[in-house]
Design a binder for this molecule. Structure first.
Ligand code: SF4
Length: 702
């Protein structure tokens, strides 16, 4: 049976079972949804990424469909400081249109901003970009994926000429001889992925993990490099240094398929393993063993994730690992390569179709005249009327309500009050707006600040497409109709366009939107021109680029050439530099942040699932036993973690799995335990990604 055989029909009669995918992370595990006795049950489905597995989050995803806290009516706030009250859709939409009109009349179109999310379907991400540029005519649109994948995206684009997280199917992991995982903890963040790692190890392959914490993934590794946070770049350069000094570089590959190696060779010459050991704490012998394990096998894969990316030098850190992979001749070789593990459910598709500040659909640049012309033709507008690039997510949020920043913000699928760095400051910016509109299925912490809250559909009530971490375009399929009073994001955008004076109507049917997306993306780097819903249904998804409906898709990239002007990959020399905020006498420890198994992102959804709440009820601060002893803190003692920007309070969790000079806090919780009250808003100059992974703090008993 194909994926599509049980798909919801368009006749209006819904089947009692559909094959779809998990609503949460980028692994997009296959699952079957069944409606029985008024309940929706989830069962795992064998799919190439999850091989029949689901994590706790996937198993319990249906609990939110009929959750008592689910929003089923719009909410309005009548005056600043007043309470949100239920309202009808007409009143809510009229309020938004009146508010947007007032802001635009007084301050111009750029005074309105749109903020999207990496969990939105491709159709929604596309529609949001069109809505911002054509309906609102604002340059201000960006999304929370800027905080997750943008550094790897920028590094991939500049090295390979394209950004597809994994340029090969995930199943290749199981066939590799060595897998180097940098700043990734899939055993907790996407557990079914570990089935591929298990296959690798059962075949005798080696897993090497680079992580400041001995995570669940690192504890399974054959070798764990535990560097000081913020020194990954130096580690990568040291690995390449070893490869060079031991004659392990693939010189034929470098000569035939790349440019710029000489400068990189000169740069890494100074990264002696002994020097990097002093800087990072990683033993020189482990650096040498890692370089050899990658360079002396037939098939090796290097994967980076948020641990490498979420730094003010995240693009350069990822680039250092890309340089290593290129020097070893991995990209494009069967069973080998470099890839980035995308995090959010549609983290890949969400960054391809226009909700990024500098981008048009198909991964086109908004400052490229040819791209503007192509997309403007699809949208039926003059290219000169399309706005130029906006600013990255944090800069956008940090400008809200200021004299030069937007005065109105529409938020779809995001909760920046919990997920933004230096979150108290962003919360204050949101409070300064003339109009804040939030579309969400639950009252998130950001929705609590809104003037208008719009209740939206959930994944089991929607049709559409998602693009997983492999660049495989998948079908999301609806099992049931949404509850009365709830609308899809597409319907909301269409309804607003209908009401806004002079706006062109927008389609609200996801299939119709996808057909438009195909045309808009055609010819771009992320070309969906040959992808149809029927084609996805007939197989296990379709990999982009796929320009021709009758031609093949591209599970593996780079076999013959890279999509750069000369067909070669590009080395870039990169140097280590310290974290944006060094430790000092007042703030002597490093804080790093991340996720736990039973919660997801800002927790709006997973914090409301009973079994997940029981498994992970609240924030905590991991401390090494030596540090805890020095501070006089016992396990479970409430502690304060204080930075220059704020503090978080949570119980101490004492564990030898963390370095004595570093503390860890998960970022899923609001209020006193909000880790992002403390994090640093220093940004990568290329990607705009904040430095979530390291800042200077002190810890004291609360
Ligand atoms: S690993 Fe990700 S996609 Fe799979 S079930 Fe868990 S949250 Fe869902």
């Amino acid at each position: 049976m194909t994926d599509g055989a049980r798909t919801a029909t368009r006749s209006g009669v819904r089947p009692r079972e559909v094959a779809t995918h998990c609503p949460y992370c980028a692994l997009q595990c296959g699952m079957v949804l069944r409606a029985t006795d008024g309940r929706v049950e989830v069962a795992p489905r064998d799919f190439p990424t999850n091989r029949g597995g689901l994590c706790q989050k996937g198993w319990t995803a249906a609990e939110l469909l009929d959750h008592p806290e689910r929003l089923t009516t719009p909410l309005l706030r009548d005056r600043p400081g007043g309470a949100l009250r239920p309202a009808g859709w007409d009143e809510a939409l009229d309020r938004i249109v009146t508010g947007l009109g007032a802001v635009r009349d007084r301050h111009g179109p750029d005074a309105v901003a749109v903020f999207g999310g990496g969990g939105l379907t491709n159709e929604k991400a596309y529609a949001l970009g069109r809505f911002a540029r054509v309906t609102l005519r604002t340059r201000h649109i960006d999304y929370n994926g800027r905080w997750c994948m943008s550094s790897a995206a920028a590094a991939g684009n500049r090295a390979f000429g394209v950004d597809r997280g994994l340029p090969f199917p995930l199943a290749d992991l199981g066939r590799a001889d060595t897998l180097l995982l940098v700043g990734a903890n899939p055993a907790e963040t996407m557990p079914p992925l570990m089935r591929h790692v298990t296959e690798l190890r059962e075949r005798g392959g080696r897993l090497i993990v680079v992580d400041p914490r001995a995570t669940a993934t690192a504890r399974q590794a054959d070798l764990h490099l535990q560097p000081l946070p913020g020194t990954d770049l130096a580690v990568a350069n040291a690995l390449l240094h070893v490869a060079l000094t031991e004659g392990l570089v693939d010189r034929a590959y470098v000569a035939a398929r790349t440019t710029g190696f000489d400068e990189v060779r000169r740069t890494v010459a100074g990264y002696w393993p002994a020097e990097v050991e002093r800087l990072s704490g990683v033993p020189a012998a482990d650096l040498e063993a890692t370089a050899r394990a990658l360079a002396t096998v037939d098939r090796a894969i290097v994967l980076t994730a948020r641990g490498a990316e979420q730094h003010a030098k995240g693009v350069d850190t990822v680039t250092a690992f890309v340089n290593l992979a290129l020097a070893l001749g991995l990209p494009g070789r069967p069973g080998s390569g470099y890839g980035c593990l995308t995090g959010q459910g549609n983290g890949q598709g969400g960054r391809e179709h226009g909700q990024k500040a500098d981008q048009l659909p198909g991964y086109r640049r908004i400052d490229d005249p040819a791209a503007r012309k192509h997309v403007a033709r699809v949208w039926g507008v003059d290219p000169d009327t399309l706005p130029g690039p906006g600013v990255p997510a944090y800069q956008l949020l940090d400008s809200l309500g200021t004299p030069t920043g937007p005065r109105a913000l529409l938020v779809f699928g995001s909760n920046p009050v919990v997920s933004a760095p230096r979150a108290a400051r962003i919360e204050s910016r949101l409070r300064d707006l003339d109009l804040l509109v939030v579309a969400d299925l639950l009252r998130s912490e950001t929705a609590e600040l809104a003037d208008v809250v719009l209740p939206v559909t959930q994944w089991a009530e929607e049709d559409g497409t998602m693009t997983n971490l492999e660049g495989r375009v998948l079908r999301r399929r609806a099992l049931r109709e949404p509850p009365a009073g709830v609308r899809s994001d597409l319907e909301i955008l269409a309804a607003l366009a209908d009401r806004l004076p002079g706006a062109t109507p927008l389609p609200s049917d996801p299939r119709e939107v996808f057909e438009e997306l195909r045309r808009a993306s055609a010819g771009g780097p992320a070309d969906y021109g040959g992808i149809t819903w029927d084609r996805i249904d007939a197989d296990t998804g379709v990999f982009w680029p796929c320009p021709d409906p009758d031609g093949p898709d591209r599970p593996r990239l780079f076999a013959d050439r890279f999509p750069t002007p000369d067909g070669r990959a590009r080395f870039h020399p990169v140097d280590h530099r310290p974290a944006a905020e060094p430790v000092c006498a007042d703030y002597p420890l490093h804080l790093t942040t991340g996720r736990v198994l039973a919660q997801y992102q800002s927790g709006t959804q997973t914090r409301r699932v009973a079994s997940l709440r029981r498994a992970a009820p609240g924030g905590f601060v991991e401390l090494h036993p030596d540090l805890a002893a020095r501070l006089g803190v016992a396990d479970g003692t409430p502690v304060r973690v204080v930075s220059r920007r704020g503090e978080l309070r949570a119980p101490a969790r004492i564990t030898p799995t963390i370095r004595p000079d570093t503390v860890f806090a998960p970022f899923h919780w609001p209020g006193a335990a909000r880790a992002n009250s403390v994090t640093n808003d220093a940004l990568d100059p290329v990607s705009g990604m904040p430095e979530f992974k390291i800042c200077a703090v002190r810890v004291e008993p609360a």
